[in-house]
Design a protein around this ligand. Structure first.
Ligand SMILES: [Zn+2]
Length: 761
């Protein structure tokens, strides 16, 4: 019945302008009253007029002028320069240093030894016209950080993206990687998953290359003629087992400072089990071309213009890597603006400043926005603006190797942060296009509110409208994949995706339970310079946000978020979007279990009936899949009951919040402070100090990076991964744990609602 009603509504709303779901300036901001909202809007408007594309450009040129990885001279110089900028604006700034394990390459050899010879170049040559691409003496060579040392020679096997499902396919084709070296292409997962899964299947070495189909001429012209990866570009990057814990590998859970106890190298559980090296497609082509054996299945084939074979052999390769295992300093640059009314409630904002090489896009395009926000905040302070809450800005070091600077800082200051931090807002680079935000769903309404107030520089409509339009046409990348295509018209708020890992929010959200966001613009530019020497000022100013208007938009967006969170009467969390999202996740899990049961029942039947044998082509035989037990039914009732409690409390809170915003009487400061202290703690209720199964560092029970995806989030991870990895009893136990956390959360929201009802009277 409901569906019909919506269908009619939708067909007429197509004729309406997109602004139908927009709210006007006359509405009070969420978390403010009519009166305080007016004052807030004035400060926000002043703020948004300040960020300047010219300054953004100059700052990028300065910070990306030389390679600035952890431990390099220019990394330290950049930290000191950022410090001096903040100080020159009158901001109370410190550099906080941690000492972390950061391996750099000592030896890298990759050669094809049979049936022909080829020695991999492992070099990214300078490009004429690109003035920073020739700084070889300061560039880190192409390598994967936290690969173990190793020297192996073996036949080669091509494993597509190197994910669990690729190995299932290889099994069906009768191809084993045991005692072989695998070559996997980049993409479809975080890179660290590839050597991990290869080792689990018995491989002794791992090569990761950038295939031009995913990252090269298949997309667009290659650098320097276009933005994409050329045949010599290779992707550096960490391969540490981040889904177990990020940060300094020698000090899990504690800040790497002073005489902290450290794990010995041999006891670190997160280094790879096999030597690993990244290469360009120029170096990969001769290796892949020398493979024979079975043709690779269609989904394995890339854009090299060769017949992709799986091997093993006759291609045989020699891979040797050795590293300098050294402790290096990381320099986090931190300033605080003390709050005037509630100094113990903190708004925390960060972006990293270290890069793999020059890093104009990653991370400087985000760092320059952060610097412009800081300058604009200092201008507002001089004009008399006084934030209610304390604002903490962080320019992180050591993000690239493994979120080192942010994780160590968050671990070191963990107790204070758990008490005080109301929100952590992250960015990590920026581009041209659509607003992309992911994070805690208690912040979804807040994000939508800010997005309605930011103007898109290319279209002169709000970035909210532009994002809505994009979702109606085609869901952009990095957005929630499951949503109904028409939903952006019918739902008040655009959905934000969940956070997995891959940037500095990880310790805040996953370890401490601080409500967090990751924000940036993108979707209009391709780019194939990620983690190469070509990610530099020349590339950025030719192929990315050339006039820095999206740099300005990012400053305006996050600056508005910081101001609004720091100034709100009632912290602008909302729980109805959260409740809706959790329901979606738990529905997904029920469907997933049912699908698995159906699928395996069918498969086992086919095995009984000899279907796989009957259809195996004798010239290209396939191996029948293994028989598996059909998953048992699982009791989701505790989750459903907890969901009902979350729904009720969220509705009650939303009603109280509406009454508060419409009210005119001024609430007592003490009552508000006590209410906000409670609200800050709500996200913490979603954590459990025992952590997730087999990865105790990850405390959040709703969001985590997938054990086999890395960047990609797994929501309700304990339950979901229990089902995916066939640990059904564990999944059922996790349902109970998640249900307890959600009930606790609902109780906190209920208590906050009751206080807000009193405040709002
Ligand atoms: Zn980055």
């Amino acid at each position: 019945m409901r569906r019909v009603f919506f269908a009619v509504l939708l067909s007429t709303s197509i004729l309406l302008p997109l602004s139908a779901a927009n709210t006007g300036d006359d509405q009070p901001l969420y978390g403010f009253t009519v009166a305080t909202s007016k004052v807030e809007r004035e400060w926000e408007n002043k703020f948004r007029a300040i960020p300047d594309p010219k300054i953004l450009r100059d700052t990028m040129q300065r910070l990306s002028a030389r390679p600035h990885h952890v431990g390099s001279p220019y990394d330290k110089q950049n930290a000191e320069w950022i410090l001096s900028q903040f100080k020159s604006w009158g901001l109370d700034t410190q550099i906080e240093t941690f000492d972390v394990l950061f391996p750099t390459p000592k030896e890298r050899v990759l050669e094809l030894v049979a049936p022909s010879k080829y020695i991999a170049k492992l070099q990214e040559p300078p490009v004429a016209g690109d003035p920073t691409s020739n700084q070889q003496s300061e560039q880190l060579p192409t390598y994967n950080a936290y690969s173990i040392d190793g020297d192996v020679t073996a036949e080669l096997v091509y494993v597509n993206y190197g994910l669990p499902r690729d190995y299932e396919e290889l099994d069906r084709l009768g191809v084993s990687v045991k005692d072989k070296i695998v070559i996997a292409r980049y993409g479809n997962s975080w890179r660290g998953i590839k050597p991990k899964v290869a080792a689990e299947h018995g491989a002794i070495g791992c090569i990761i290359y950038s295939d031009p189909h995913d990252d090269g001429y298949f997309d667009d012209e290659v650098f320097p003629d276009g933005p994409m990866r050329n045949e010599n570009g290779a992707q550096r990057g960490s391969v540490m087992d981040m889904p177990v814990y990020p940060g300094d590998p020698t000090t899990p859970g504690v800040g790497a400072k002073g005489d902290v106890k450290r794990l010995a190298l041999k006891d670190i559980p997160t280094l790879t089990k096999i030597p690993t090296l990244p290469i360009s497609y120029g170096d990969a082509r001769p290796l892949l071309a020398a493979l024979k054996g079975r043709m690779a299945p269609e989904s394995f084939r890339g854009g090299l213009g060769i017949a992709y074979h799986l091997g093993p052999g006759p291609a045989k390769v020699h891979l040797k890597v050795a590293f300098n295992w050294e402790i290096k300093p990381v320099y986090d640059v931190i300033f605080k603006i003390p709050g005037t009314e509630a100094p113990d409630q903190w708004v925390v904002r960060g972006n990293h400043h270290d890069a793999w090489v020059n890093g104009a896009e990653d991370p400087i395009s985000g760092q320059i926005a952060l610097l412009e926000e800081a300058r604009a905040l200092s201008v507002l302070l001089k004009q008399g603006w006084k934030p209610k809450r304390t604002i903490v800005y962080c320019a992180w070091d050591g993000e690239e190797p493994m979120l080192l600077g942010s994780t160590e800082w968050a671990e070191y200051h963990g107790d204070e942060l758990k008490q005080h931090a109301a929100i952590y807002i992250n960015s990590d680079g920026n581009g041209r296009g659509y607003l992309q935000a992911e994070g805690s769903h208690s912040l979804e309404k807040f994000v939508n509110g800010v997005a309605r107030d930011i103007t898109d520089p290319e279209k002169n409509i709000s970035v909210w409208k532009r994002s809505q339009a994009a979702r109606l046409v085609a869901p952009p990348r990095r957005m929630d994949q499951q949503q109904d295509r028409r939903e952006p018209r019918s739902r008040a708020d655009l959905r934000i995706g969940p956070l997995g890992s891959g940037s500095d929010y990880t310790a805040f959200l996953d370890h401490l339970g601080v409500a967090s966001l990751n924000v940036g613009y993108g979707g209009e530019d391709g780019g194939g310079i990620y983690h190469s020497i070509y990610d530099d000022f020349y590339w950025y100013t030719h192929f990315a946000d050339r006039d820095f208007v999206y740099g300005r938009a990012l400053s305006q967006t996050i600056g508005t978020m910081v101001l609004r969170f720091a100034d709100a009467d009632v912290l602008p969390y909302d729980f109805t979007d959260f409740a809706d999202t959790i329901r979606k996740y738990s529905d997904e899990l029920k469907t997933m279990l049912k699908n698995r049961q159906d699928e395996l029942r069918e498969r086992n039947q086919n095995l009984d009936d000899g279907i796989f044998t009957a259809t195996s082509d004798p010239r290209r035989p396939t191996v029948p899949p293994a028989r598996e037990e059909i998953p048992p039914f699982i009791n989701f009732a505790p989750l459903d009951n907890a969901q009902a409690a979350v729904d009720r409390s969220a509705e009650r809170y939303a009603k109280a919040a509406r009454t508060f915003s419409a009210g005119t009487t001024e609430a007592s400061k003490r009552a508000l402070e006590s209410l906000n202290d409670k609200l800050i703690q709500s996200e913490r209720r979603l954590t459990n100090p025992a952590g997730l199964p087999r990865r105790p560092w990850y405390h959040h029970l709703i969001y985590a990076p997938g054990y086999y995806t890395g960047y990609g989030a797994k929501t309700l991870p304990g339950i979901r991964e229990g089902i995916e990895e066939k640990r059904y009893q564990e999944a059922e136990k996790e349902i109970t744990r998640v249900a307890h956390a959600l009930e606790d959360y609902a109780a906190a929201v209920e208590a906050a609602a009751s206080e807000l009802e009193k405040v709002g009277k």
